[in-house]
Structures are given as structure tokens and as C-alpha cells.
Design a protein around this ligand. Structure first.
Ligand code: UDP
Length: 470
């Protein structure tokens, strides 16, 4: 019987791609394994439903490419579930709920696979936590793949303890400093919004996931040993799960896709070819980052006043964010004309890894999504952190205060950033002593990240341990 590893990613792009890259990395070094990746389908929707939509299609092209270039990976699409309960209140809730509704399909699929192969490991995204119960019933060794930072994992694992320690919801604790093993003191307000209300469904889902993670066979992290040593040590030393054993952790990363969706020939890359070395600041905010029209105008003023060269990805403000942005309406009058020698504005999407790898890019204003952070490290581009959602505020605290790879951007209470603040930080990053220090640090870590992924590097060694015969 062949050894199979089954991966169960959440379909969001920031989750799915790194897990598929994990599958590719496993196969590269252990070609005797076979890899099956379960893909959750979008539910059949009732057009009148008020439930949030589960958009899984942005990775279709990526999956098709991997399918044709890596035939030893099998994608297995689970059948769509019939409908999402209308009481589902948020996108994050949906991400936890859909795997729950798929448990029967999953049970059947895993049973079928085990009839013909030896199921060596089942690796699940934390959003797919519902699968833990199924895997336990079938006695399959189960690992969690954590798609964010080690500090994020330290905090996640520590949540059941925090839940007991605190008698209030995080939302009622404001800027109270929390003591989380492996992290610098962190304000309650810097933790993810969906952990802040003890009465919410998502709070319950994520707390359960944290409890199950601690009981799993292991935790796989998309990082390398030297990036965040304190949080990795705190987890390994068992400080984040004080009331029981901590499973082994495997730092296997950075896992970065080299498939340039939408191309190596993107017009922004031609423009970058004509710019001086390390002169351009790149502004891009993940797969979901959006700003109000007022904020977009303010960014434009800040960039223009900074005098720096820039490449800026713009999306239309909500609620019409799927539409192409009308730049003449959204940007200050004459902005595009005045900045045409120094700036390049792209609508919607750029091939980010190709941009960050380009010699002309010298700085990155990022929302601190974990894949974006790893890509910046991999390419040695220093950052300014402008977190928008999920665990990005937490990532920024660590990036700025602990590992010093990013500068902080000051926001008002409601998250608004003034033109003056952006101008100041961009100049600081691109043309100051402080920026130089961050740049030097990130270039050391870039070399470390490349070394980690090579034969004998720490991520390769971690993979070897993971793949040891059980
Ligand atoms: N990305 C991209 N082009 C864009 C915006 C995002 O290629 O214009 C990619 C980026 O390279 C990263 C992913 O989308 O791999 C975003 O993941 P991340 O974890 O940074 O943020 P999320 O989208 O999950 O918030």
C-alpha cells in the first residue's frame, strides 16, 4: 500500500496556496508519498439568502496550473453542500461552518482513501477544525497547518488559558496589555476582532480549534526557525499550553508560490524595469484589503508629498469592490498626470511575488498578511505595517517590536491614516537611517530563509522529521 498524505486547506487564497506549496515541498523531497488535496466547493446558493458568500474561485487558475505541472498531486473536490444557514453572520464564521457541513462527505472520502492506501498523515487548516472529530473517529494521525505567524500560533494555543484567566471579552479590555508566552506585551485590541466577543459563534469555533490543536499529532508552520525564535521557543517549551502536553511543531517554510498568476508579462513589471535599483515603494494589501474613497485620496496625497517612486495596487471601495476602480474619480485631481514619472497605479491585482523579487522595489507598505510578510522576507524587502483585518495587528506588533523588519504606521482610533503620517513613514523606510537598519536586518533574514529551504536547511530537516516512518 502506498503512503498517502491528505491535505485539507481552507479555500481562501492565503490559506490554500501555502498548503498546496507544502504538498509540493513534501513531494520534492519524498517522492514516494502520494499527496491528495481536498477542495471544498462553494455551497449551492439561494440567491435570496442573506448569509455571506463563500468565494472559492480565485484559486481556480492556480489549482489548474498545479494540476497540470505536478501530476503526482491529486485534487479531490468534495461535493457542494446544499445551503448555508441564513443565520450565518460573517465570512469567518462561514469558513469554520462549511467544513462542519462537509463532515459526512469527508468521512466517506477518508474511508475510501484508507481502503487502498496507508493514510500516513491528515493535515488540516485551523478553519477545517471540524475534521478533527472525523479523523479521530477513524484513528488517522492528524496535524494542523497554521497559515499565520508563530506568534499567531502561540496566541491561538494560549486562548483556552486566556479564556479562563480573563473574565471579560477582549472587546471590553481596550488597550489592556496581555501577557502571552513568546510575545512582547500586547494590547487586547491588537488581537483578531473575531476573538473579541466571548458570546459569538466564531469565538467558540476558534476556541475549540485551539483545544483540538493541542491534542493533535503535530503543528506544521509556514515559517523558518530563525524568523521568530521567541514564540517558537515558547510553544516548544510548552508555555502556550500550560495544562497539558504540546504536540511537536515543524517549521517548514517559507512556502511561496512561484506561479505568477496573471503573469510574468504584467505591465507593472515592464514599468519596474525602467526604475532605479531599490527605489520603488510598493503598496498592496492582500487578497481582501479595501479602503474608503477618503482614505484612497489621503494615500495619494501622502505618496505624492513623499517624493518617492511608488507602485500602488488600488481596488474600488466597498460595497462595489468587485468593480474596477475609476481612478479619475477616486484620486485627487491631476494626481496621475503629476506623478506619471514616479508612480504606477494598478487596478485590482499584481503578481506580488514577481514585484517583490524585482530589483527596483525597495520597500513594501503591507497589510501584514502572513504570506505577504514571508514573501517580503524571501525577497529582502523591508516593510511598513498597515494591518487591516484578521491577525494582522498581532503580526505587526511582532514585526515592529520584536523582529524589527517593519516600521509602524500610526492610525487614528478608527484606523484612518493621514497623508502626513504615510509620507513620513514612506520617507523613513526608503531614505533614512532607521530604514537602512530594517533593510539590513531583512537582507540577513532573506539569506536565512533561502538557506532554510535548501537540502539540510532547518525547514528541510523539519520536513524530514515530519516524514519519518511512524
Ligand atoms: N497577492 C497577489 N497580488 C495582489 C494581492 C495579493 O499576488 O495584488 C497575493 C500575495 O502575494 C499573497 C496573497 O495574495 O500570496 C495574500 O496573502 P496574505 O496572507 O498576505 O493576505 P490575505 O489575502 O490572506 O489577507
Amino acid at each position: 500500500m502506498e503512503d498517502v498524505i491528505v491535505l485539507y486547506p481552507s479555500p481562501g487564497r492565503g490559506h490554500l496556496i501555502s498548503m498546496v506549496e507544502l504538498g509540493k515541498f513534501i513531494l520534492k523531497h519524498h517522492p514516494s508519498f502520494s499527496i491528495t488535496i481536498l477542495i471544498l466547493s462553494e455551497p449551492n446558493t439561494n440567491t435570496n439568502s442573506t448569509a455571506p458568500q463563500y468565494v472559492a474561485s480565485s484559486t481556480t487558475q492556480y489549482i489548474a496550473t498545479v494540476n497540470s505541472t505536478t501530476p503526482s498531486i491529486t485534487f479531490h473536490r468534495l461535493p457542494p453542500i446544499s445551503e448555508v444557514p441564513p443565520s450565518t453572520s460573517s465570512f469567518v464564521e462561514l469558513n469554520y461552518l462549511i467544513p462542519h457541513l462537509n463532515n459526512q462527505n469527508l468521512h466517506q472520502t477518508l474511508k475510501t482513501i484508507s481502503q487502498t492506501s496507508k493514510l500516513k498523515a491528515f493535515i488540516i487548516d485551523f478553519f477545517c477544525d471540524a475534521a478533527f472529530e472525523v479523523a479521530t473517529t477513524l484513528d488517522i494521525p492528524t496535524y494542523y497547518f497554521f497559515t499565520s505567524s508563530p506568534s499567531g500560533l502561540a496566541t491561538f494555543l494560549y486562548r483556552p488559558t486566556l479564556h479562563i484567566k480573563l473574565d471579560k471579552s477582549l472587546k471590553d479590555l481596550g488597550s489592556t496589555l496581555l501577557d502571552i508566552p513568546g510575545l512582547p506585551p500586547i494590547q487586547a485590541s491588537d488581537l483578531p476582532d473575531n476573538w473579541k466577543d466571548r458570546t459569538s459563534k466564531v469565538y467558540e469555533y476558534s476556541l475549540n480549534a485551539a483545544t483540538h490543536m493541542a491534542k493533535s499529532n503535530g503543528l506544521v508552520l509556514n515559517t523558518f526557525d530563525l524568523l521568530e525564535t521567541k514564540s517558537i521557543k515558547a510553544i516548544s517549551d510548552g508555555l502556550c499550553v500550560p495544562d497539558g502536553p504540546t504536540p511537536p511543531i515543524f517549521c517548514i517554510g517559507p512556502l511561496i508560490s512561484s506561479n505568477n498568476q496573471n503573469g510574468d508579462d504584467h505591465e507593472c513589471l515592464n514599468w519596474l524595469n525602467s526604475q532605479p535599483n531599490r527605489s520603488v515603494v510598493f503598496l498592496c494589501f492582500g487578497s481582501l484589503g479595501l479602503f474608503s474613497a477618503k482614505q484612497l485620496k489621503e494615500i495619494a496625497v501622502g505618496l505624492e508629498n513623499s517624493g518617492q517612486r511608488f507602485l500602488w495596487v488600488i481596488r474600488n471601495p466597498p460595497p462595489d469592490n468587485e468593480k474596477d476602480p475609476n481612478l479619475d474619480e477616486l484620486l485627487p485631481k491631476g494626481f496621475l498626470e503629476r506623478t506619471k514619472d514616479k508612480g504606477f497605479v494598478v487596478k485590482q491585482w499584481v503578481p506580488q511575488v514577481a514585484v517583490l523579487s524585482h530589483d527596483s522595489v525597495g520597500g513594501f507598505v503591507t497589510h501584514c498578511g502572513w504570506n505577504s510578510v514571508l514573501e517580503a522576507v524571501w525577497c529582502g524587502v523591508p516593510m511598513v505595517g498597515w494591518p487591516l483585518y484578521a491577525e494582522q495587528r498581532l503580526n505587526r506588533v511582532v514585526l515592529v517590536e520584536e523582529i524589527k523588519l517593519a516600521l509602524c504606521l500610526n492610525e487614528s482610533e478608527d484606523g484612518f491614516v493621514s497623508a502626513t503620517e504615510l509620507e513620513k513613514r514612506v520617507k523613513e523606510l526608503m531614505a533614512s537611517e532607521v530604514g537602512r537598519e530594517v533593510r539590513e536586518r531583512i537582507s540577513i533574514l532573506r539569506d536565512e530563509s533561502v538557506a532554510a529551504m535548501k537540502e539540510g536547511g532547518s525547514s528541510h530537516v523539519a520536513l524530514t522529521k515530519f516524514a519519518q516512518p511512524s
